[in-house]
Design a protein around this ligand. Structure first.
Ligand code: DER
Length: 260
């Protein structure tokens, strides 16, 4: 599967280049790509003395099940940039290394741990590489058929979302209202993220809801982030602007494209 092998080669190369034997504390992101980063770390005993800081219950379980040393972000407060590096996936990365994150609804802890690190490294498969944020989600991919039957509408895959916005549960209506009338960029569509294996909305590791808001092409992610973050009830926005030092993309041809 070119997507899974893309995730693996990107993750392995990133670990080899950015997680080093002299490191003391490393942040581990969330999602499916970061699983391959753990896979590579487990292959390198010279990294097993490192304390790993999770960004979700999922990444905490990955660290524990890998038998690696588990730390907590609270332990890293003194200098606050005490983590040597944080490695994490993304939903879309533009040419300036701005990223949409939160496909796994973990963006709050991911941003906290990414900010606590001296270096923030993104790993992704080729689908996430984009010129401009918001252009990777064909809102609905229409598969043209030769026959005269109407085209089959193919909804975007799970990860092809808008900007994930984590909100305090009671505020989700107010935030949706504010997104419509209070900020300059108007969402084309937005929806409360509903759970698949549980009735009702997704509840994050922090006990919050997630609103996915599609804004179309995002020319200025930094000002969109600021506008959304200022809305009462918003906990964190899945826009990581100017944070990543490098992004590794596993391409379909088996090569890794590195954006620095
Ligand atoms: O939720 C997140 O930000 C994750 O990093 C996620 O978006 C990346 O998920 P993937 O590695 O499964 O594509």
């Amino acid at each position: 599967d070119p997507v899974e092998s893309g995730k693996r080669i990107a993750a392995h190369q990133a670990v080899d280049e950015y997680i080093l034997p002299h490191h003391k504390a490393v942040g581990i992101g969330s999602g499916s790509t970061v699983v391959y980063a753990l896979e590579r770390i487990l292959q390198k005993p010279e990294l097993h003395h490192i304390v790993f800081i999770p960004t979700s219950f999922q990444s905490k379980i990955l660290i524990i099940d890998g038998g690696l040393k588990l730390g907590s972000i609270e332990q890293c407060v003194p200098g606050y940039t005490d983590l040597d590096v944080t490695i994490d996936g993304a939903d879309e990365v533009d040419a300036k290394l701005n990223a949409i994150k939160g496909g796994g609804a973990c963006q709050f802890q991911e941003k906290l741990v990414a900010e606590a690190a001296k270096k923030f490294v993104i790993i992704a498969d080729y689908r996430k590489k984009s010129e401009k944020l918001g252009t990777q989600f064909p809102s609905l991919k229409i598969k043209r058929r030769r026959s005269t039957r109407p085209p089959r509408i193919i909804p975007p895959p799970q990860w092809l979302r808008g900007v994930p916005i984590e909100v305090i549960p009671m505020s989700y209506k107010a935030v949706q209202q504010a997104l419509q009338i209070r900020i300059s960029a108007k969402p084309e569509t937005m929806a409360l993220r509903m759970a698949k294996m549980k009735a009702g909305p997704v509840v994050t590791d922090n006990g919050c809801f997630v609103i996915d808001a599609h804004f179309g092409p995002i020319a200025d992610p930094k000002s969109l982030l600021r506008d959304i973050k200022l809305i009462t009830g918003v906990v964190e926005v899945g826009l990581f602007c100017g944070m990543a030092e490098v992004a590794f993309f596993g391409m379909e041809d088996g090569n890794v494209s590195v954006l620095r």
